[in-house]
Design a protein. Structure first.
Length: 269
């Protein structure tokens, strides 16, 4: 007897960084274009900056998905750089690229450099994506700068994309970080959605999840008013409001349900 495996329906309002549910606003399209330019032209370093909940992780994973599996690109993703030291950071990176651990910082750097030179000879590009980059310590940021010194006369041997909260920008603006700050090519600063973008994002997510959009324009106006267009907050409120509507056997989410949903979905002072 064959076993039927039931697949869970997609959740249109999930806050997990699912690239298939990322609605590409003009701002995100611009960000993706700039990152691709840096990678394809081997410019070395760029950054995606923004406040909490604006979609940095989703954008980073969307970009990662564009390069994973390409024969001419080798990728590594550091989801959160919680390392005890810059050496641990370097060893983890080398491990992601399949390189053996070495006992000293110098030897590990030489191992990585040799690997990057070999990739370059094969006309391949190494790309490192670092999420939660505001967690990078001063020594780790200095290591990033050192990695950018691995170069030929006209290209960088490793392309690095930092995604981080505004705390990262504050760190980079410090005078002591001028050397690495000057290496950043075409950084992007994410902003909240507009009302129109909020409506479009919800419609897009419902379409991708193959569910009927339960929100009227009036309900989404209320969602926008309560969240300020921050994508993560929008999704949280929509998820709770949709659940409340289903429990009440309503096919549409009425605007007056949004205030109650917002009070449940968001931690208030």
């Amino acid at each position: 007897m064959s076993t039927v495996v039931k697949t869970k329906p997609k959740q249109p309002f999930s806050i997990s960084p699912n690239p298939s549910l990322l609605y590409l606003t003009p701002s995100l399209k611009s960000t993706i274009h700039k990152v691709r330019y840096v990678i394809e032209n081997r410019q070395g370093l760029t950054a995606i900056l923004g406040d909490i909940g604006l979609g940095k992780s989703s954008c980073l994973r969307y970009l990662l998905g564009q390069y994973v599996g390409r024969e001419d690109v080798v990728t590594a993703l550091i989801a959160s750089p919680n390392f005890p030291s810059d050496f641990a950071f370097l060893k983890s990176l080398c491990g992601d690229f399949g390189l053996r651990p070495r006992r000293s910082m110098v030897d590990q750097e030489q191992e990585l450099r040799a690997f990057l030179i070999e990739l370059y000879a094969l006309d391949k590009t190494a790309v490192l994506f670092i999420d939660e980059s505001q967690r990078l310590t001063g020594k780790m940021l200095e290591l990033v700068r050192v990695l950018l010194n691995f170069e030929t006369e006209d290209t960088k041997l490793i392309q690095i994309i930092l995604a981080g909260q505004l705390e990262l920008r504050t760190k980079l603006m410090d005078e002591s970080k001028k050397a690495i700050r000057s290496r950043i090519f075409a950084p992007s600063l994410l902003a909240p959605l507009s009302l129109a973008e909020t409506r479009e994002m919800i419609a897009f997510r419902c379409e991708q999840a193959q569910v009927t959009n339960p929100f009227t324009d009036a309900a989404l106006d209320a969602v926008y008013a309560s969240t300020g267009g921050v994508p993560r907050e929008v999704l949280k409120v929509c998820a709770v409001a949709w659940d409340m509507a289903q429990m009440a056997d309503l096919s549409k989410v009425p605007p007056d349900l949004i205030e109650a949903a917002a009070s449940e979905a968001v931690l208030h002072e």
